[in-house]
Design a protein around this ligand. Structure first.
Ligand code: PLP
Length: 402
């Protein structure tokens, strides 16, 4: 995603933009999803967009088929079918140890994506600022514009993607409405540690800010990394807006089912926005979600172990091909440094890769406000099956650094 810095610039573009939304003029289409289209066009192996190319769990798919056969085909309650909300609350209590009221603190949305924009539209007023770590998942830029928030960017610095506490503290102020957190993190693979979250918590409490925490990769953790939901920290129970989804954990990104957990007053606002944006998520898929959320602990152990294997596999392939990799601790992406390749920037390299080598990856610039900051980076997704890795390995062997 590219944010256009001067949407109101006079000239031919302005004539067009006067007919269209000034907000929509401020960002371009998603680079990640464009890379998927290019991958299809050039028959490239798609290591760009984060969707698994292996099957979803059989019992979850069966539950969806059965729900449709049983005619769970009409609108669910707008903020989510009661049994599905109960299952979400049960799992949250089991995994995070936090008891939430499914009647007043939970909203089922069309994916984490809608959960984020509904949450922002529910709390943002003109003049409000949101703190966002950069590099960021590209949706957060347009989410800020659409909801009317001004982003205050704070750097995550390689190789460990840590932040400078002074820089973060300086980004907070009286206008701060929220901080957007994404842990485990896309694109960096960072998993925020307790001390970092406590520092963020202290700033939220000091400035009366919300945290909006996108935890969609909560079960993809490596090398002993622990996922801590900021809502579990003292002082955050009423400030934390926690977002997750079925998408990644159960390999069903196309189902578009996610949820938001927030204090009752905040949930009431989120539910209103959600209702008028989408009415609700797919009813039969919410029914199948109950089965997914009640899978035993062994499901999550296997998931993490298999993803660790995929991570190591892609790390090996990329390193052999000359990429410098930032080893992720969570999520399912590898950020790489492409300086060793003789290309002027990430975009030209990504285009060469997709057209000539047959591999689609995401240019690093799409995760930064200033594209120049991502010009030496490229992101690869490893939510792929072994045959995909084999084909990618063969194609990348044609690539030479230097
Ligand atoms: C950090 C993050 N949040 C949200 C999403 C999208 O979630 P959903 O498919 O549930 O809308 C993605 C997908 O790549 C993501 O990386």
């Amino acid at each position: 995603m590219v944010l256009r810095t001067n949407p109101a610039k006079p000239g031919p573009a302005a004539a067009v933009s006067s007919r269209l939304s000034v907000k929509a003029e401020q960002f371009t289409e998603s680079v990640i999803r464009e890379m998927t289209r290019l991958a299809l066009q050039y028959q490239a192996i798609n290591l760009s967009q984060g969707f698994p190319d292996f099957p979803a769990p059989a019992e979850v798919k069966r539950a969806a088929q059965e729900a449709i056969a049983a005619d769970i085909n009409q609108y669910a309650i707008t903020w989510g079918a009661k049994p599905f909300r109960d299952a979400i609350a049960e799992k949250f209590a089991r995994v995070q140890g936090v008891t939430v009221d499914p009647e007043r603190e939970l909203t089922v949305c069309c994916g984490a994506t809608e959960g984020m924009i509904s949450s922002m539209m529910a709390i943002i007023n003109p003049g409000d600022e949101v703190v966002v770590f950069e590099p960021f998942y590209e949706n957060y830029g347009p989410d800020a514009i659409l909801s009317g928030a001004t982003p205050r960017l704070v750097k995550l610095r390689p190789p460990d993607w840590s932040f400078d506490p002074d820089e973060l503290a300086a980004a907070f102020g009286p206008a701060t409405k929220a901080i957007i957190l994404n842990t485990p993190n896309n694109p960096t693979g960072k998993v925020f540690q307790r001390a970092e979250l406590e520092f963020i918590r202290d700033l939220c409490v000091q400035w009366g800010a919300f945290s909006i925490s996108d935890e969609i990769y909560e079960h993809m953790l490596y090398d002993g990394a622990e996922h801590i939901s900021i809502v579990t920290l003292e002082g955050m129970r009423d400030r934390a807006i926690t977002i997750s989804a079925l998408s990644k954990t159960y390999s069903v990104t196309g189902w578009r089912v996610g949820w938001v957990i927030a204090a009752p007053e905040v949930t009431a606002a989120i539910r209103k926005v959600h209702d008028f944006l989408t009415v609700g998520a797919a009813a039969p898929l919410q029914a199948a979600g109950e089965v997914a959320l009640r899978l035993p602990p062994s499901y999550y152990e296997t998931l993490a172990r298999e993803y660790a294997g995929r991570r190591n596999r892609l790390l090996g392939i990329l390193e052999n091909s000359g990429f410098r990799c930032f080893k992720p601790k969570g999520a399912y992406y590898i950020m790489t440094d492409i300086s060793a390749f003789a290309f002027p920037d990430d975009l030209s390299f990504a285009k060469y890769l997709v057209r000539e080598i047959g591999i689609a990856a995401v240019p690093g610039s799409s995760f930064y406000r200033d594209p120049a900051e991502g010009r030496t980076q490229l992101r690869f997704a490893f939510c792929k099956k072994e045959t995909t890795f084999q084909a990618a390995e063969e194609r990348l062997s044609k690539l030479r650094a230097g």
